[in-house]
Design a protein around this ligand. Structure first.
Ligand SMILES: Cc1cc2nc3c(=O)[nH]c(=O)nc-3n(C[C@H](O)[C@H](O)[C@H](O)COP(=O)(O)OP(=O)(O)OC[C@H]3O[C@@H](n4cnc5c(N)ncnc54)[C@H](O)[C@@H]3O)c2cc1C
Length: 413
């Protein structure tokens, strides 16, 4: 790893250059070249100072204006095809926005903007044409805000949807919903008869209420709310996705876009924390040598640097697979697990290496740790990521032995 470059970047405050360097690694030179102009333009607009101006009070969640700002500069719906109302820069363009937000310490907005651009827009692209044409442009411009309502209070209390004539009636409650307080549109996971489904519900419909807005440890730039749906009626055309047994696969494919964004964001946060702690531990002398030069710290920091390279390579591999490979859900789950796990470990180490300062509210490492704690659950928990990977590996173990001996024999022959 070019450690000197990273330390110098951190010291000179040239964070965009370090972010550009990492984004290039995650996308590959050719893909990066195709969105370089977009990245440079957005880097001038989407700055930490600008985004901080949208926060409520002292470090609260952003106002609606943050979304109209992001929409106005073309940072929402970046990956949505241009002929469907988006900006047509594909997944690579979308990851450019994610890396910029992550580098601005806006882990909350990483979640909020990706729920809007990746999750909600993906569902709308699958909807009937008039539903898509009505709502998608407003999400891309930031006039409307979307939320994804998945988390039931428990497995025994699912949100239920029933057909009643030309309408669907939805009843249930969803917890910890990012954008939930401000959202105009809810994309609600509900059980419809025997199978799961996604239903679009305008928040202004009778029966929808925000039950609670949560205070949080990190990801504070975005609101998280519990939303109640009390016999809410929507037209049948608002049923966006229902594929019987395949529905969970479709849902996981959509969620993989969010999980990949989280993995990319965790990679950028990891890099920023590493830059900062390398600068600190190189400058701070203890016991006659720099803190970073003590073997125990040197070893841990070297491992974190190696982790960063693995994270970048993992994102690069997943970017090439998304939408093209049947095992992408499992691959992205493994990647999200790895990136968030390693970044979390580094942020905790960095807090320790900062000594007392690492416990003070100003500590950037502590801020990163709080954000990464949220990313352990957002998009599906770390345990769930392992479970998805485990199922795939178990399936391979069940099916591959039938082919492997033959292949081995052929090699031996
Ligand atoms: C920052 C943040 C953003 C979020 N955004 C959204 C959002 O936009 N929309 C939304 O709907 N939800 C959102 N969530 C909620 C999140 O998806 C859930 O918190 C998460 O899926 C865990 O579900 P739970 O809270 O019900 O915990 P539980 O289901 O009670 O799980 C608790 C723990 O047990 C583990 N576990 C569960 N089942 C098993 C099992 N069978 N074996 C072993 N371990 C198990 C889980 O993985 C988890 O670690 C968000 C959460 C956070 C923190």
């Amino acid at each position: 790893m070019n450690t000197r470059f990273l330390v110098e970047s951190a010291q000179s405050g040239a964070e965009t250059d370090a972010t550009r360097f990492r984004l290039k690694g995650m996308l590959g030179a050719t893909e990066y070249a195709s969105i370089e102009a977009l990245f440079s333009r957005l880097a001038r607009e989407v700055t930490a100072e600008r985004l901080a101006g949208f926060r409520r009070g002292d470090g609260g969640s952003v106002t609606r204006e943050a979304f109209s700002f992001l929409g106005g500069v073309g940072a929402l719906g970046v990956g949505v095809p241009a002929d469907r109302g988006g900006h047509g820069h594909g997944l690579t363009g979308s990851l450019a926005v994610t890396t910029l937000l992550a580098a601005c310490d806006e882990g909350g907005l990483v979640l909020g903007a990706n729920v809007q651009s990746e999750v909600a827009c993906s569902w709308l692209l699958r909807a009937e044409a008039d539903i898509c044409e009505t709502h998608l442009p407003r999400l891309v411009s930031g006039q409307s805000i979307a939320c994804q309502c998945d988390t039931d209070p428990s497995a025994d209390e699912p949100t239920l949807a029933e057909v009643d004539g030309d309408e669907i009636v939805v009843t249930g409650i969803k917890h910890y919903v990012v954008n939930g307080d401000q959202a105009d549109l809810c994309f609600v996971a509900a059980r419809m008869g025997p199978s799961p489904a996604i239903i679009l519900i305008d928040k202004s419909r009778p029966g929808v209420s925000v039950e609670k807005v949560w205070d949080k440890l990190g990801t504070r730039s975005i609101d998280s709310a519990s939303i109640r749906f009390d016999a809410v009626r929507v037209p049948k055309s608002h049923l966006l996705s229902r594929h019987g047994l395949r529905q969970m696969i479709v849902w996981n494919e959509v969620m993989s876009r969010l999980r990949l964004s989280i993995a990319a964001a965790a990679t950028i946060i990891h890099g920023c924390v590493l830059d900062g702690i390398m600068a600190h531990a190189s400058a701070r002398r203890l016991g006659g040598r720099p803190l970073a030069a003590w073997p125990v710290n040197h070893h841990a920091l070297s491992q974190a640097a190696a982790d960063e390279q693995l994270m970048i390579a993992g994102v690069a591999g997943a970017v090439r697979r998304l939408g093209r490979s049947p095992d992408v859900v499992s691959r992205v789950a493994q990647l999200k697990w790895f990136c968030v796990e390693r970044a979390c470990d580094l942020a905790r180490l960095a807090c320790d290496l900062e000594g007392g300062r690492g416990y003070m509210a100003e500590s950037r490492s502590l801020g990163a740790y709080k954000t990464l704690r949220g990313m352990r659950m957002a998009g599906g928990s770390q345990t769930t990521m392992l479970t998805i990977a485990n199922h795939t590996l178990a399936n391979q173990a069940e099916t591959e032995p039938h082919t492997r001996p033959a292949a081995v024999e052929m090699e031996i022959a």
